[in-house]
Structure formats: C-alpha cells, structure tokens
Design a protein around this ligand. Structure first.
Ligand code: IPD
Ligand code: CA
Ligand code: CA
Ligand code: CA
Length: 263
C-alpha cells in the first residue's frame, strides 16, 4: 500500500501543536521531577504525558504502526521493519526544567529504516523544522537550501564542554583538537534542535558520541534533504536501534571531523 506521508505529517503537526500548548502551560505549574540513570539525567511528568498523548493519537489513527519513544513506547523493538514512529516527547529535559527554553518535541516516521517524515518543534521559540523524504526540508514553512562545504577553521561546531573535559571520556583529546581548530563552538542542550541548526546552517557541524534514535530521528529527515553528511566515527550509518556516536554537518567538513576523531 502506498502511504500518504504528507497526510501523516499534517496530522502529526496538529498533535505536536497540542502537545506544545500543554508544555507551555505546564511551565506555569510546579513539576514533578525525577532522575533516571544518574542525578543529572532528569525526567518530568510532562515527558511521560507528551509521549502518552502522541502514542494515543498514533495508535488511534494508524493502529498497524509501531512506536518507539524515549520513555515507554517500543522498549521491545529490535528491528526496523515496516513503519515505526519515533518520538522524543521532550528533547532537552534539563533545559525544560532549568531554563524553560531550548527544548523540543521530536517526531519521525521511518519505513524499513528510511526516514519519511521528520518534525522537530522548538516549543518556546515556536520554530517548526519539518521534512518529507524527497520533498525538501523546511524551517517555518520556508524551504532550506542544500548545505555547502566549509572549512573547520571557519566552522561553528555544536559540542558540549562536558564531553572534552578529561581523558577518561572517549575521544576527549580528539574533540579538544576539533574545538581548537574550529572558529567557535556552541552547546544548546537539545540534540534535536542542534541537528536542525545544522540543517538550517546555524551550526556547521554537530558531534555527539551518545545519541539515541529518538534524539536524532526527526532532525535526520531534514538533514538528508539538505545533503548533510551523517555518520558514526568510522563513517557508518548511525544505528536506529542503539545509542551511539552521531556526527552531522556540511559535506567536506565532516571528512575532516571524522579524520581528527580517528587520529
Ligand atoms: C538529551 C539532549 C542532549 C544530549 C543528550 C540527550 P533528552 O536528550 O538531546 O542535548 O546531549 O545526549 O539524551 O534526555 O533531554 O531527551
Ligand atoms: Ca531523557
Ligand atoms: Ca533526547
Ligand atoms: Ca527526551
């Protein structure tokens, strides 16, 4: 059956709009905050609420589709067959809790491991990043241009200071060299937003060694449409099922970034 990806995207945008309103309203109330893997890994009642809201809508509209979410949905998924919706209900939970800014809802629809629909909604900036496979990527409904190559010495690299601070962290020395050779660095605390910034040219490259599929899935559909170079450190396709390194940026520039990580 030929799927209507554009109709799926339209519905998902409406659901995310509703979810975004709930998130903005929740900032007026006091939030229940818990920790997950460590004291700095936060989760709030809103992460669960938003994932459940989106899961309910998808199940009702598309009962045959599977769902993979950060908090609850699809923990048993071990393959990428057929259609999978990938949800990060709040990407940038630390920002949601501490800053009430710079967090996003990310949603993607993948078919047999290929991104078909991508949506990242920066809730407080009210910025929409959307893409359909083969139809281009959009920022607030304005089509994004293809990415042009860049030199590292003129590039702004998205990288977090915590990842380069000491030798116990894998690739810390190599990442420090990348930081040294770049024009400058930025860290916004939401991988989905940072990857969309690569897609729209606000960042030239983004380096993260521990990304999960829900962190990058929505943005990846945009990145492919603008011709970004997406890879692991050894220039493989990042896994849709496991956490791992995720590098994305301008063509040409990424060869240099990978080369330095492997040096
Ligand atoms: C996190 C953010 C953060 C990235 C982490 C992610 P979360 O997602 O995207 O920027 O560095 O690797 O886990 O937990 O806020 O959804
Ligand atoms: Ca999280
Ligand atoms: Ca995330
Ligand atoms: Ca999250």
């Amino acid at each position: 059956m030929e799927e209507n990806w554009s109709a799926m995207q339209e519905k998902a945008v409406q659901w995310i709009q509703e979810a975004g309103e709930l998130l903005r309203a929740s900032l007026e109330e006091s939030l229940v905050i818990e920790t997950k893997s460590n004291p700095n890994d936060l989760v709030t009642e809103m992460d669960f609420k938003i994932e459940r809201l989106l899961t309910k809508k998808i199940n009702k509209e598309y009962p045959g589709h599977r769902i993979l979410g950060e908090e609850e949905a699809g923990a048993d998924i071990t393959d990428t067959d057929n259609i999978i919706w990938i949800i990060d209900p709040i990407d940038g939970t630390t920002n949601f809790v501490h800053q009430q800014f710079n967090f996003a809802i990310s949603l993607a629809v993948f078919e047999n491991g290929i991104g078909k629909v991508g949506i990242v909604y920066d809730v407080m900036a009210d910025e929409w990043f959307t893409a359909l496979e083969g139809k281009g990527a959009y920022h607030n409904n304005v089509k994004l241009s293809k990415l042009k190559p860049a030199e590292l010495k003129e590039a702004i690299v998205g990288i977090n200071a915590r990842w380069i601070k000491n030798e116990k962290i894998p690739y810390a020395r190599q990442m420090r060299n990348i930081v040294d050779e770049s024009r400058s660095t930025r860290a916004y605390g939401s991988a989905a937003i940072e990857l969309c910034y690569v897609a729209c040219g606000r960042l030239d490259s983004y380096v993260n060694l521990w990304l999960a599929p829900w962190d990058f899935a929505g943005a990846e559909v945009l990145l492919r449409e603008v011709g970004a170079d997406i890879s692991t450190i050894d220039n493989k396709r990042p896994s849709m099922l496991e956490k791992g390194p995720y590098l994305a940026g301008r063509p040409g520039l990424q060869e240099k970034v990978r080369g330095m990580l492997n040096s």
